[in-house]
Design a protein around this ligand. Structure first.
Ligand SMILES: NC(=O)c1ccc[n+]([C@@H]2O[C@H](COP(=O)([O-])OP(=O)(O)OC[C@H]3O[C@@H](n4cnc5c(N)ncnc54)[C@H](O)[C@@H]3O)[C@@H](O)[C@H]2O)c1
Length: 270
């Protein structure tokens, strides 16, 4: 045993197919919130690297639009109209996915929303709604689709957290609490499922250009304040999430689990 370890330490083996570590050929990737924004970009990105795609969202028009974009890349795409707070609908989509594809390699928990209000103005029902969709939805979908990964002893889950999980800003009580919770949920899942070879990581973006940030862009003072905190001096493009997502989905990150990867234009370096 020790002799073999020492031999491995002394000779640096690099697999012959190292150039293919980002390949997602014939993967099946499930993406919640895939009908818009970062979920849409990630769906197109994973499909471009070879994956078939399953989309879960409540936005039927968006689902059908993104399905066409995936099929134009010669990949299969199934869509399910699902509210990520609804356990029955999630497990139905999981069972249909099992029937159609038989396995799932990747789950991206991208469904999310925000209500930006100071605590004194935020209603209890509004706070609960954010936590229910952003945090509980991530738990429910991870549990449902993770079960397939655990059985197969293979898989990668990517949870969309946020810069708001790492720093505090005003008007973000519900959202920051949910996203901070996602980072901790990611760590607990990583510990529980490492023995099944299922990796769970989070992406923590600062502001990328998607419909979620329209409210901020419309308010010049708010927008300028946010950009002033980003050393790269701009919001990210939606497609700039693709590289980090493919990295976490693929073998390229095979020794990483339980992390939160910031795509924040340098914000947290300050
Ligand atoms: N855009 C950013 O700057 C940014 C930054 C940090 C984190 N994020 C996170 O990335 C994820 C995607 O955000 P986005 O910017 O693409 O926003 P978006 O509004 O463009 O997309 C969110 C998607 O989630 C879907 N959704 C909302 N509630 C749902 C529910 N209950 N069930 C099923 N689907 C539901 C919406 O229909 C929509 O298609 C979110 O979790 C968000 O918090 C985004």
């Amino acid at each position: 045993m020790n002799r073999q370890l020492i031999q491995e330490i002394e000779q640096i083996d690099v697999p012959i197919d190292i150039m293919n570590i980002f390949s997602l050929d014939n993967y099946v990737s499930v993406i919640t919130g895939g009908a818009s924004g970062l979920g849409e970009a990630i769906a197109i990105g994973l499909a471009s690297f070879g994956s078939h795609i399953v989309l879960l969202d409540m936005n039927t028009d968006g689902l059908n639009r993104v399905k066409k974009r995936i099929e134009a890349l010669d990949r299969k795409c199934e869509v399910f109209v699902v509210d990520v707070t609804n356990w029955e609908l999630i497990t139905e989509a999981r069972e249909r996915t099992k029937e159609i594809f038989g396995y799932v390699d990747v789950l991206v928990n991208c469904a999310g929303m925000n209500i930006r209000k100071p605590v004194l103005e935020m209603q209890p029902a509004e706070f609960r709604k954010i936590v229910d969709i952003d945090l509980t939805g991530t738990f429910l979908c991870s549990k449902a689709f993770g079960e397939m990964m655990v059985e197969r002893k293979s898989g990668s889950i990517i949870n969309l957290a946020s810069i708001n999980a790492h720093i505090a800003m005003e008007k973000q009580a519900g959202y920051a609490s949910s996203k901070g919770g996602i980072v901790q949920l990611t760590k607990v899942l990583a510990l529980e499922w490492a023995k099944y070879n299922v990796r769970i990581n989070a992406l923590s973006p600062a502001h990328h250009k998607t419909p979620l940030v329209t409210e901020l862009v419309k308010d010049a003072a708010w927008y300028n304040d946010l950009v002033s905190r980003i050393p790269l001096g701009r919001f990210g493009e939606a497609y700039e999430i693709i590289g980090p997502a493919v990295f976490l989905a693929s073998k390229a990150s095979s020794f990483m689990t339980g992390i939160s990867l910031l795509t924040d234009g340098g914000w947290t370096a300050i």
